[in-house]
Design a protein around this ligand. Structure first.
Ligand SMILES: O=C(O)C1=C[C@@H](OP(=O)(O)O)[C@@H](O)[C@H](O)C1
Ligand SMILES: C=C(OP(=O)(O)O)C(=O)O
Length: 446
């Protein structure tokens, strides 16, 4: 966590005068959209993404792929093309793969998916591809991807830091084959190598050799989407060795995919129902999904709500009571800020475990949550791998966000029941949910 410059832009978090009762349409999943963009760009024929997320992270992914020569057209329907540029809003993206080429420059912003998923794509390009991004991107771990790509035959100049900025000198093809990595700091290292592997000459065999691997549902998402595009993938779950994934070389199909709503971005709205004793309906909640946000059904039920999957979508109802929770969140780390916000408003303490790697996310999320909740009068302590949260009566104040979209939405949840909370730089939600302030006002009927 780095200190914020004093006072950027304060958003008075709306206070809920009554229990919320709303239907909230949540835009597409960041994780699915960015995997779909990569797979479609590597395919043998064009593909479609319908209802993609249009946010900073996905526009950066599209921009990086376009820079390497991929055609990505935005359309309002399958027949009328309105724009190729990022300024228009699109209901579908048509992806037209082409020979990947450098020289190119990729701005990763602070998107983990872009900084990890695109270097293997760049290794397949013909020519140098320069990677740069926000200052925080220089601090986020990338060594697993860099070391693995080198072991698989790529040439990379990273000034010896194992981090951004760097240049991948694509040679038009990559040997691939077996490789060992320690992905305990980010599951995205594994996903990155698997996504491009059908295009490596020998495919890949990734063996994770470190301590526990976080965010396993995201690796399952990668495997599912690869298989949906025609790839052959062997996994620990399909009878393979533990911690080993194999992808066979072969052509990927251009598929027509409708992107699911982002269930992790549904979190603040579900939390709103929980902390105000209200009701929120999320249309199009998938019956089956690899998204980690699906675990909210169980986590927020344990914290006092109840939910039902109906024809209208997920109907989530708060009971008026909010309980603490003792939970291992290692599989669903990105849900931690939202759970911590609810836990700070609960009637009993919480222990959140298994999320040490959050210190390397958009900001050091464990330090940021501790500091910001405590500055509102809370009692949060950091543990080696998570947080202890003892609820206390909270008061208003500035909630700093450290350029972290999930800090901003977590602060908004607290602001619903604590008067006078002001969120610094709420615009940072644009990383994955550009319309958040309007959606929040809409939920409250404002
Ligand atoms: O692959 C993905 O789409 C993601 C994997 C997870 O990363 P880590 O394993 O680095 O936590 C998650 O936190 C991130 O929001 C998205
Ligand atoms: C950790 C996150 O993002 P990234 O994809 O940048 O890692 C997140 O969205 O919570």
């Amino acid at each position: 966590m780095t200190e914020n410059p004093a006072h950027i832009d304060l958003w008075p978090a709306p206070h809920a005068s009554a229990a919320v009762d709303a239907t909230v349409h949540v835009p597409g999943s960041k994780s699915v959209t960015n995997r779909a963009l990569v797979l479609a760009s590597l395919a043998a024929d064009p593909g479609w993404l319908r209802r993609p997320l249009r946010s900073r992270d996905t526009l950066l992914m599209a921009g990086g792929l376009r820079a390497m020569g991929v055609g990505i057209e935005e359309t309002v329907s399958s027949s009328s093309t309105v724009s190729r540029g990022p300024a228009a809003s699109g209901e579908a993206w048509r992806v037209i793969p082409s020979g990947l080429q450098g020289p190119a420059t990729v701005d990763v912003g602070n998107a983990g998916t872009v900084m990890r998923f695109l270097p293997p794509v760049a290794a397949l390009a013909d020519g140098p591809v320069r990677f740069d991004g926000d200052p925080r991107s220089y601090e986020r771990p990338l060594n697993g991807v860099i070391d693995a790509l080198r072991a698989l035959g790529a040439r990379i100049d990273d000034d010896g830091r194992g981090a951004l900025p760097m240049t991948v000198f694509g040679g038009g093809a990559l040997d691939g084959g077996p490789v060992e990595i320690d992905a305990s700091s980010s599951s995205q290292f594994v996903s990155a190598l698997l996504l491009s592997a059908p295009r490596f000459n020998q495919g890949v065999e990734v063996r994770h050799v470190g301590s526990a691997l976080p965010s396993m549902p995201h690796i399952r998402m990668t495997v599912d989407m690869l298989r949906n595009a025609g790839a052959q993938v062997d996994t620990p779950e399909s009878g393979g060795e533990p911690n080993v994934w194999r992808v066979t070389p072969g052509a990927l199909l251009g598929v027509d995919l409708t992107i699911e709503p982002d269930l992790s971005n549904a979190q603040p709205f579900l939390a709103a129902a929980l902390v105000t004793g209200g009701r929120v309906v999320i249309p199009d909640w998938p019956e089956r999904t690899t998204q980690p946000g699906d675990r909210l059904r169980e986590l927020f039920t344990e914290m006092g709500g109840s939910c039902e999957l109906t024809d209208q979508g997920l109907v989530f109802t708060g009971s008026g009571s909010v309980h603490g929770i003792d939970a291992d969140l290692s599989e669903v780390g990105e849900l931690t800020p939202g759970i911590a916000a609810v836990a700070a408003l609960a009637d009993s303490p919480s222990t959140l475990r298994g999320v040490a790697h959050l210190r390397l996310h958009e900001t050091d999320r464990l330090a940021a949550l501790t500091k910001e909740i405590n500055e509102l009068g809370g009692d949060v302590t950091e543990t080696a791998d998570g947080l202890h949260i003892r609820p206390r009566p909270l008061h208003g104040g500035v909630f700093h966000t450290y350029d972290d979209h999930r800090m901003a939405t977590a602060g908004a949840v607290i602001g619903l029941v604590v008067e006078g909370v002001e969120i610094e730089n709420v615009a940072t939600t644009a990383k994955t949910l550009p319309d958040f302030p309007d959606m929040w006002a809409g939920m409250l009927g404002n």
